[in-house]
Design a protein around this ligand. Structure first.
Ligand code: ADP
Ligand code: MG
Length: 324
């Protein structure tokens, strides 16, 4: 359905997206997950034909977005990070304007507007000025305009950013519903969000694809990065014995041997890191070995990004193309 091949985007001599390749199949909800600055918006802007690429190809159902933009764009509805809403129009007026720009007219335009107002639950505010609507409702108007023309693919850039928890739930429900008869791609920097909505997740880190997997597999990856560090008055052999008998610990490493004890770092797949800390404490205490210091760190998305991209140190490529 969508094929992105070796996509690279340079802003001046800064490479925002670097050799990105992936394929999107029809009929799923996909998530672009990555920290701020990862290159999600840049990728989406290129995929939707709003921004040129430095290198690479994007094909939407076989149409090249750069060479056949008209046909390709017709397949896509896009909600950019900053939706271009006209504050002094009403949702009904705005949708009419966008629909006409997409080439719809007459009865068909009217029919689609009514259907989309219903779908996005905007009917009761359709004649209010957009400036008077809450952020949640404005976001619905943004989604509504993306749906005009009945595109197969809906691309939503951080659709829940800046919304309150109730609005977030409403927008997520709406996205799930859209996923029933569209291919949806949304971006987010929140793992829990893509876990809640997406069937497949692309992790983008520093402009590169770090992982493409189902959310439950990413969760495993994340849990495997939970870490505990401690210093104990024990030898390597004694430490190996205690940790080996503990279970729930995937790997450990002796960091340093100092006068005051041995520094150890431990990784565990268990969500309850505190429970492991307690077990470590009592296991060493049983052997009359004192733990002098201990700290734990629950892995977050950043850690997974770092783990996934470790060793792939970003090369500062000289693209020599200046834009924007
Ligand atoms: P994300 O959406 O994942 O937060 P972006 O695609 O917006 O990331 O940005 C990726 C990187 O490219 C960031 O480091 C950002 O500062 C840079 N960037 C984005 N747009 C421009 C631009 N118009 N000019 C220069 N740098 C840009
Ligand atoms: Mg962005």
């Amino acid at each position: 359905m969508i094929k992105v091949e070796h996509l690279t985007k340079c802003y001046g001599d800064f490479t925002a997206v670097s050799d990105l390749s992936f394929e999107i199949d029809e009929g799923h909800v996909y998530g672009f997950l990555g920290p701020n600055g990862a290159g999600k918006s840049t990728t989406m802007n290129i995929m939707t034909g709003c921004l040129s690429a430095t290198e690479g190809h994007v094909r939407i159902e076989g149409y090249d977005i750069f060479e056949e933009p008209k046909q390709a764009k017709r397949k896509i509805g896009y909600l950019p990070e900053q939706p271009p809403l006209y504050m002094n129009e009403t949702p009904a007026e705005y949708l009419k304007f966008v629909g006409e720009a997409k080439g719809l007219k007459g009865g068909e335009l009217q029919r689609q507007i009514e259907e989309i107002l219903r779908q996005t639950k905007l009917e009761h505010v359709k004649d209010r000025l957009i400036s008077a609507l809450s952020k949640g409702y404005r976001q619905r108007v943004g989604i509504a305009q993306a749906l005009l023309g009945n595109p197969k693919v809906i691309i939503l850039d951080e659709p829940t950013v800046g919304l309150d928890p109730i609005q977030i739930i409403e927008i997520r429900d709406m996205i799930r519903q859209l996923g029933e008869n569209h291919t949806v791609i949304l971006s987010s920097h929140i793992l829990a969000e893509v876990q809640a909505i997406c069937e497949k997740v692309l992790i983008i880190s520093q402009g590169k694809l770090a992982a493409f997997d189902r959310p439950e597999n990413l969760e495993k990856l994340l849990l495997a990065s939970n870490a505990i560090s401690f210093t104990v008055e024990a030898s390597k052999e004694e430490i190996d014995e205690v940790l080996g008998g503990l279970g729930q610990i995937t790997e450990w490493e002796i960091q340093a041997k100092e006068d005051k004890g041995t520094m150890v770092s431990v990784k565990t797949e268990t969500e309850n890191v505190r429970d492991i800390c307690r077990k470590l404490f009592f296991s060493f205490a049983d052997k009359k070995k004192a733990i002098l210091e201990m700290s734990s760190k629950k892995a977050n998305l950043e850690d997974v990004f770092i783990e996934l991209t470790e060793g792939e140190k970003r090369e500062e490529e000289e693209c020599g193309v200046s834009e924007e």
